[in-house]
Ligand binder design. Structure first.
Ligand code: AMP
Ligand code: MG
Length: 315
């Protein structure tokens, strides 16, 4: 039975939906530095004319990963997932508050409590499987961000039911990039591009002109468009990043919290441009679940947001 499951994970550069142009070290006589490191389960690449930028960005991204990763045993999120109740740092508390806000705004499409479902489908340990309907129904009782209780004054987070867990995979990278950008600005660096596996932030401009970012088509379809960005973020959620195929059906890693199955809204990929990383990250995931019409309606509620949707039959 296992033999019929074909698993795919396009890691590293292949995973990067966004391809950065001009990877060279010199541009019209200007020097700039490109550094990359594997972090948050992907390749993080930092491009800047300032030599210090990569070190600053990497250490800030690592700090956030150490707090929010469910894969790190001693992170605050892992502790909360294990105990069901925990005092957390103001930052983790803030992210949970934001997650609940997006849950509400997206009418439940964005929901960090999908973690037990992510485990059930095998996306956590890459032991992919199509679970029995019964199992999915049982786990759905543990899903719903209204079941996360936030006690403001003591930074206490509590789960309503044992067995609940959270997965911040759809918000942490965006937030980490925002934190890195804040640190860069504090240090007087005003030109930098960070690409964390397709989650991108363009700080300032590149030698006086906006950063130029090429958007690759989903499922290896080549470049589909170019973006010119300055002090903006871009994120993409797609069904080709982590998925498996069984009996000719594709099962991808973004789950519909209402059904417990991989989202099936007709979208192959969605790219969101926003003023900050947290918004682009969360919105891309939510729109992928909601589908084109509801997704575009949601995006209209945010200032400075632009959305590009690639339907399953559009390319
Ligand atoms: P992204 O690639 O930013 O769209 O994030 C996808 C990741 O977020 C998945 O790998 C899961 O860890 C998690 N996730 C899956 N479905 C959802 C959902 N409906 N809401 C929030 N997080 C999700
Ligand atoms: Mg996301």
């Amino acid at each position: 039975m296992k033999k019929k499951i074909y698993a795919y994970r396009q890691v590293g550069m292949a995973l990067c939906f966004v391809l950065i142009l001009c990877g060279c070290q010199s541009h019209q006589g200007h020097q700039f530095y490109v550094n990359s490191r594997i972090m948050m389960g992907t390749i993080v690449e930092v491009t800047s004319p300032d030599k210090r930028a990569a070190g600053i960005a990497f250490s800030e991204i690592k700090r956030i990963e150490d707090l929010l990763s469910k894969y790190k045993e001693d992170s605050e999120v892992s502790r909360l997932n294990k105990l069901g109740k925990s005092v957390v740092s103001p930052e983790t508390f803030y992210i949970l508050k934001k997650s609940k806000e997006f849950w509400q705004l997206s009418n439940g499409a964005f929901d960090v409590t999908v973690a037990p479902l992510v485990d059930l489908w095998g996306f956590t340990n890459r032991n992919f499987t199509v679970p029995a309907d019964e199992k999915i129904k049982n786990i759905l009782n543990l899903v719903g961000s209204d079941k996360i209780l936030l006690h403001n004054n003591e930074n206490v987070i509590k789960f309503k039911f044992p067995g609940m867990k959270i997965d911040l995979g759809a918000i942490a990278k965006g937030y980490a990039l925002d934190c890195a950008v804040k640190k860069l600005k504090e240090k007087g660096i005003n030109s930098c591009l960070i690409n964390a596996g397709g989650q991108v932030y363009c700080l300032g401009k590149k030698f006086g002109r906006p950063w130029r970012v090429a958007i690759r088509g989903p499922r290896g379809k080549g470049v589909v468009s170019f973006l010119e960005l300055a002090d903006q973020s871009v994120a993409t959620s797609g069904d080709y990043e982590q998925y498996f195929i069984k009996n000719n059906k594709r099962y991808a890693h973004i789950l519909d919290p209402k059904t417990g199955y991989p989202a099936d809204s007709g979208i192959m990929a969605v790219t969101v441009i926003a003023p900050d990383g947290l918004t682009s990250d969360t919105l891309a995931t939510a729109i992928f679940v909601l589908g084109k019409d509801k997704g575009e309606r949601l995006a209209k509620r945010f200032k400075g947001v632009e959305v590009k949707i690639y339907a399953q039959d559009s390319l």
